[in-house]
Design a protein. Structure first.
Length: 215
């Protein structure tokens, strides 16, 4: 059974918020690989009309994704069991130094298309506080999922009233998807931490420009 069949099997057995929770969990519990579950969330958002339904959808997906990332955390923690005492001391030192800034980093990674497992596995290795880890990822995934749900709902609302806008919206969505996938988010986030928000926005603009205008 491939991943597509697994997704279809889960949704056929369990629909609604529980199905979204399970899909989000499975997608986020596979290290360094993900099922495009946000596309499924966007599809559900088209049928969830009331604000309360949309909130439930966001929470179900965000909570499922967070539980999945907890599995990634414990994979890293399992690796740390084999460390010698010298390595453990180095890890403890790094944990004390980076504890405060890491919370923001976890939240940013969770709320962005960055490959977040490269951060979460080391967090498990260093034994980062699981409660802070849970809160940061839940908040980040809630932000990310909210953006997806609101965008999908907005597109659906416009398309119903103005059918001629559908091709334009598809093109815009494809363009945004291309930018999100292709931009070097590492350098953008690094600029944010070293130089600030304005510098990060400029770097994002530069990285986006590079996608379309080769120097």
């Amino acid at each position: 059974m491939d991943l597509t069949e697994l997704v279809n099997a889960i949704l056929s057995l369990v629909g609604g918020p529980l199905g979204i929770f399970l899909i989000s969990l499975v997608s986020n519990s596979i290290p360094f690989f993900t099922i495009p579950y946000l596309g499924i969330v966007a599809g559900y958002a088209l049928f969830y009309v009331s604000p309360l339904d949309k909130v439930v959808l966001v929470l179900a997906s965000a909570l499922g994704a967070t539980v999945g990332k907890i599995a990634i955390y414990f994979m890293g923690k399992a690796v740390s069991k084999g460390f010698n005492e010298s390595t453990k001391k180095n890890v403890d030192l790094f944990k004390r130094i980076a504890k405060r800034s890491l919370f923001i980093a976890i939240l940013v990674f969770a709320a962005s298309p960055l490959p977040d497992d490269i951060l979460y596995v080391p967090l498990g290795i260093m034994g980062y506080p699981i409660l802070l880890y849970f809160i940061a990822i839940l908040a980040g995934k809630a932000v990310l999922t909210s953006i997806v749900v609101l965008y999908a709902s907005w597109i659906a609302g416009i398309a119903v009233v103005h059918l001629w806008t559908i091709p334009i919206l598809i093109a815009v969505t494809a363009l945004l998807t291309y930018i999100v996938v292709k931009v070097d988010w590492y350098v953008v986030i690094n600029e944010l931490y070293t130089e600030g928000v304005i510098a990060a926005l400029k770097k994002f603009g530069y990285e986006t420009k590079k996608l379309f205008f080769k120097s």
